[in-house]
Design a protein. Structure first.
Ligand code: SAM
Length: 293
């Protein structure tokens, strides 16, 4: 892990050039963000790879995808510092952030429901780190759900299903809550943790999703944890912060996650930690934890 100066970032990332107008990025596909269809296409390729290599486990699939997408060294961020790492080390840093986001919250017996889990790589990482908990993940990309089922179908603590934030009812979460309530003598569901990682990002605004749908379930969950790209935390007074703001705006990603959680009924934000890891240094993941009130 070598330190990287912001000045040298353009040597290792196309984004400064794209954002500041040197590249003809405006006309390229994906300029305005990445939709479910694009994810579905990527996951379909990984599904084909998994079917051709039946001995490959979830880590093998992710590693192949990472090496196909990028060459070492790659730029990453942590707490507003930039580094160069190799592709596998970048994945380790991201896995550490995923596991750490739930540290201290899980005593054993909880069910973590990951909304927008892609094909479920994070479910595999978390299930290894928390062997006494169960993990349910959902995504609208059909190939992602199919790949998750292919890789984790035999796993007794992981389940993957269909899910879309835009639905009025979140059946995947509702089922986990009902299972928890039926196991509890008093009919309470205090062992379900609502989790998202890089999936709310995909929506241009999360206000209605958070204040109208997510908030409906808040008093039935133990906690909420979001490892997401939070535009509101990007400083306005640093060059890195301004580049990050421009990145979010150019890609049409949401800019209202923190404000939506702050105004949602029944939710109290416990912690918000900026830039826990940035696999793309201009688009880092921050960690938000909330509790029902
Ligand atoms: C950057 S990927 C993150 C996947 C996974 N959580 C991870 O960290 O690797 C974004 C995911 O959000 C999903 N997504 C996009 N729109 C969504 C929606 N309306 N509801 C739920 N998930 C959505 C995509 O299909 C994709 O799998």
């Amino acid at each position: 892990m070598r330190e990287l100066s912001l000045n040298d970032l353009p040597k290792h990332s196309p984004w400064p050039g794209r954002l500041l107008g040197g590249d003809d990025w405006d006309d390229q596909p994906g300029h305005g963000g990445v939709g479910v269809e694009a994810y579905d296409e990527v996951y379909a390729n990984l599904l084909a790879m998994a079917r051709e290599n039946p001995d490959a486990d979830f880590r093998d699939i992710q590693q192949s995808a990472n090496h196909y997408a990028e060459e070492s060294p790659v730029a990453v961020s942590r707490a507003e510092d930039l580094f160069l790492v190799d592709v596998d080390e970048k994945q380790e840093l991201q896995d550490e952030a995923t596991v750490a986001s739930l540290a201290g919250l899980l005593d054993g017996g909880e069910t973590v429901v990951s909304l927008g889990c892609g094909w479920g790589y994070e479910l595999g990482v978390l299930a290894e780190a928390y062997p006494d908990c169960e993990f349910v993940g959902g995504d609208p990309a059909e190939s992602g759900v199919a790949l998750g089922r292919e890789l984790f179908g035999d796993h007794d603590r992981i389940r993957v299903g269909e899910f879309d934030f835009r639905d009025d009812e979140w059946t995947l979460l509702e089922e986990a809550l009902e299972a928890s309530e039926s196991d509890d003598e008093e009919g309470k569901s205090d062992d379900v943790v609502l989790f998202t990682q890089g999936s709310l990002t995909a929506l241009p605004s999360v206000r209605d999703v958070v204040t109208e749908t997510l908030a409906k379930y808040a008093d039935r969950v133990k906690a909420g944890v979001h490892l997401e790209h939070v535009r509101e935390l990007h400083p306005e007074e640093t060059l890195l912060g301004l580049l990050r703001r421009r990145y979010t705006d150019t890609r049409n990603y949401n800019d209202d996650l923190l404000a939506s959680l702050q105004t949602a009924a029944g939710i109290e934000i416990a912690t918000a930690t900026y830039d826990v890891v940035g696999g793309n240094p201009l688009h880092p993941l921050s960690e938000i934890r909330w509790e029902p009130v």
